[in-house]
Structure formats: structure tokens, C-alpha cells
Ligand binder design. Structure first.
Ligand code: UGA
Length: 337
């Protein structure tokens, strides 16, 4: 089988490429702007990477969709600060550029596996989010944070319609705060320049205080990358068509922790287990900061985001296996050891 990964050098793309090469006999065809996260893949006989921009490489993209059996378009902006600062870029890349790939999959009859997001549920009041029954709740237009959520939501709707009316074979997966090695560059000093865990690790390494947006009471279900990849692998395998034309939440409902707890856990783990950084971790203070001050006027937050994972469990036989303590240790070993 030939698997096409657009954005192979990303957080998800790089882990997925590695897993495919290690555990299957499939070929991976990848496209990305760089290859710094792919040290374990480059040179492998079944890994075929092209350096390039999917927006410019239209001929390459079409030829490779023709050549491959399964298509994963993973190129996207996925950091909340960018939703507020560069909303048009988010729309152009996450929606417009990817729409062309969706249409090609429909035209060429290919299996499309598309990354939706936990963000589509927005501020849904449900205690756990269900793929088929939960409402998708976003804020007013002047809260630009929601451009990512709504771009992804519209794409989910377009893909669903292609499936229902044009015969597209697809699966949508919704990552819930996946984290792990290679999440973001922890040396990016920009506030909000990366997702929360890499932001906090970077704060500690630079000897800065940790900013808890609106006090850090908001909760996230932290999901270790290997658990997420295991779900995608099952979606690609698609045994007995169990993933076909379905949507899957992929998150760890057992690790529903507040941002404050995450910061405390991180400080504690680094102080105890990484002597080189222990003094820095002990000196860190947790500071409350207003969301508008930290991210800008266009920011609004999600207070609770818990996935129902019955569909992934029943259809794919999947459930998460890595708890937060273990996942944090693996992540810190990567960044600090
Ligand atoms: C994330 C991103 O949108 C995507 O990575 C993804 O689609 C999705 O959610 C997901 O992975 O499920 P969010 O969880 O809000 O959204 O993003 P983070 O940047 O990881 O922030 C988590 C929480 O930490 C937010 O409440 C944020 O305000 C807070 N935070 C972030 C801080 O308190 N301090 C910081 O320095 C950074």
C-alpha cells in the first residue's frame, strides 16, 4: 500500500511516518517544507520525501494522489495565537489549500483521512463530546480564535457531503490535545508561539515564569501521541470498512486535567527528575494572566473538552493506554535528556 502524507515533517506526520515504516510494509510518500523531524525516516527504502510547499507543488500533489491508496493531508496551522494574529492565513491553508486535496480525492476515488479537531466542538456545554450528537458552538465573529474551529468544521461538512452525495470514501479523526516529543519547538520564545505543553517547557528552560491564562482552571484531555498514532493506524488499515465515512474523537478522557495542574506537574517532574534543570524549575512562578492580554482581543477559551470515545472503541477496537505521568516523562526525556 502507498500512503501519501502531506505535512510529513509535522508533529503528527513525523510520528505516523515512523510508525508506518516500523510496523508495516507500506510505502510512505511525503511532502513538506523541511525534514528536521524525520531523522528516523530519511534514508529508509520505503520512505519517499519531497521537499516543497503543497500550495505550489500542485502537479506533484495530483500525481501522488493518483499514485497512492490513502491520502492524509496534515498541513495546517494549529496554534491558537496564530488564529488570532493571522486568521486569513489559517483559512487559506487549513481550508482553501486542503479543499483542493479533498476534491482530488473525490475525483480520483481515493481514501481520504482528514484531521478534524477537538476545536470544532468549541464551547459546547456537553460533559463529553459526541461525534454524532454534540452541537458545535463558537463565539462571535470578532473573536477570531474561532476561524480555525469553523474552517475545520466547514471542511468536515464538505467532506461529509462529498461522501454522501459523490461517493467519497473518507474518515475524519479529531485529536484532543495530543502531545509528545516533537510537538513544537520549545525554543520559540514567542508567548503563545506554541501549544501549551511546549510553551511551558520552554518557559522553564528559559528561566521565565509560566503564564496561566485566565487562572488556568480550564481543562484539557491530554493525549499521548503514540495513542493518537495507534488510532490513525487502525483508520488506515480500515479492517472490514469499520472506519469508512466515520468521524472519530481521538483523546484520553481519563487525563482531563486543568492547565494549572499541568504546569504544577511539569514543574514537579522537572525538579525531581532532571537535575540539570531542577533549579530553574524550582524558581518558576505560576502567574495569572488575562486571556486578552496574553493572546489579544480576538481570544476566547474552552473551559471543558472531554471526548466520548465509544465510536473509536467500538469501530476500531481503540482506547488510549498512556497516562499523563508516563507521557510527560517520555516528552521531557526527549526535550531535556
Ligand atoms: C488546541 C489547538 O487549537 C490545536 O493544537 C488543536 O487543534 C486542539 O486544541 C487540540 O489539540 O485538541 P488549545 O487546547 O486551546 O487548542 O491550545 P493550547 O495552546 O494547547 O492551550 C491550552 C490551554 O492552555 C488554553 O486554555 C490556553 O489559554 C492555555 N495556555 C496556553 C496558558 O494558560 N498559558 C500558555 O502560555 C499557553
Amino acid at each position: 500500500m502507498n500512503v501519501l502524507i502531506l505535512g510529513a515533517n509535522g508533529f503528527i506526520g513525523s510520528h505516523l511516518s515512523e510508525n508506518i515504516l516500523a510496523n508495516t510494509n507500506w510505502h510512505v510518500y511525503g511532502l513538506d517544507l523541511a525534514q528536521d523531524k524525520l531523522n528516523n525516516c530519511v534514508g529508509h527504502e520505503r520512505f519517499h520525501l519531497t521537499i516543497g510547499d503543497m500550495i505550489k507543488e500542485k502537479k506533484w500533489v495530483r500525481e501522488h494522489i493518483e499514485k497512492c491508496d490513502v491520502i492524509l493531508p496534515l498541513v495546517a496551522v494549529a496554534t491558537p495565537a496564530m488564529y488570532v494574529q493571522e486568521p486569513l492565513r489559517v483559512f487559506e491553508l487549513d481550508f482553501e489549500a486542503n479543499l483542493e486535496v479533498v476534491r482530488l480525492c473525490a475525483e480520483l476515488g481515493k481514501y481520504l483521512i482528514f484531521p478534524s479537531t477537538s476545536e470544532v466542538y468549541g464551547m459546547c456545554p456537553d460533559g463529553e463530546f459526541n461525534e454524532e450528537t454534540s452541537n458545535l458552538v463558537t463565539g462571535p465573529i470578532n473573536k477570531e480564535r474561532w476561524i480555525y474551529s469553523t474552517s475545520k468544521q466547514l471542511m468536515d461538512r464538505v467532506i461529509y457531503a462529498y461522501g454522501k452525495h459523490k461517493g467519497l470514501k473518507y474518515a475524519l479523526f479529531r485529536p484532543f490535545n495530543w502531545y509528545g516529543p516533537r510537538l513544537d519547538n520549545v525554543f520559540n520564545p514567542k508567548p503563545g508561539g506554541s501549544r501549551v505543553l511546549s510553551q511551558f517547557i520552554g518557559n522553564i528552560l528559559r528561566g521565565e515564569n509560566i503564564n496561566l491564562v485566565n487562572g488556568g482552571a480550564q481543562k484539557r484531555c491530554m493525549t499521548y501521541i503514540q495513542d493518537g498514532i495507534n488510532a490513525i493506524m487502525r483508520i488506515i488499515e480500515n479492517k472490514d470498512d469499520k472506519a469508512t465515512n466515520r468521524i472519530f474523537n481521538v483523546g484520553n478522557p481519563d487525563e482531563n486535567i486543568s492547565v494549572r495542574e499541568l504546569a504544577e506537574m511539569l514543574v514537579q517532574q522537572i525538579s525531581t527528575n532532571y537535575p540539570k534543570y531542577s533549579d530553574k524549575a524550582k524558581a518558576v512562578k505560576l502567574i495569572d494572566i488575562d486571556g486578552k492580554t496574553y493572546f489579544g482581543e480576538g481570544y476566547q477559551d474552552v473551559s471543558l473538552r472531554v471526548p466520548a470515545i465509544r465510536h473509536a472503541n467500538q469501530q476500531l477496537g481503540w482506547k488510549p493506554a498512556v497516562g499523563i505521568e508516563e507521557g510527560l516523562k517520555k516528552t521531557l526525556d526527549f526535550y531535556l535528556s
